[in-house]
Design a protein around this ligand. Structure first.
Ligand SMILES: [Zn+2]
Length: 99
């Protein structure tokens, strides 16, 4: 059981904690399409990452490729937490059955 969990954890590459905001903007130029239709021609998406580090909030803008990787890292973090929970339970199960 524990070996299975370890194998799954070994496959995880990137992990992250934080919040990703996707925003669209209007540039304000008079002849830009975004002025005619906000819904269809707004610029973006722009990605803003917010995370806590040593008690401080860090904000950073990400390009689409970075955003994609960060989303994957968030998903991996969830999986890792689940696996750690399973590992804990499996450990208790093992410890309890020792006479
Ligand atoms: Zn524009």
């Amino acid at each position: 059981m524990i070996n299975e969990i370890k194998k799954k954890i070994a496959k995880i590459d990137y992990i992250a904690i934080g919040t990703l905001l996707e925003s669209y903007r209007l540039c304000g130029k008079a002849n830009c399409l975004c002025k005619t239709s906000i819904k269809n021609h707004a610029h973006g998406p722009y990605y803003i990452l917010t995370r806590k580090y040593k008690g401080k909030t860090i904000t950073k803008s990400l390009n689409p490729q970075q955003a994609k990787l960060f989303k994957k890292a968030l998903k991996n973090m969830k999986i890792l937490n689940q696996l750690l929970e399973e590992w804990k339970l499996a450990s208790f199960t093992y410890i309890y059955q020792i006479e």
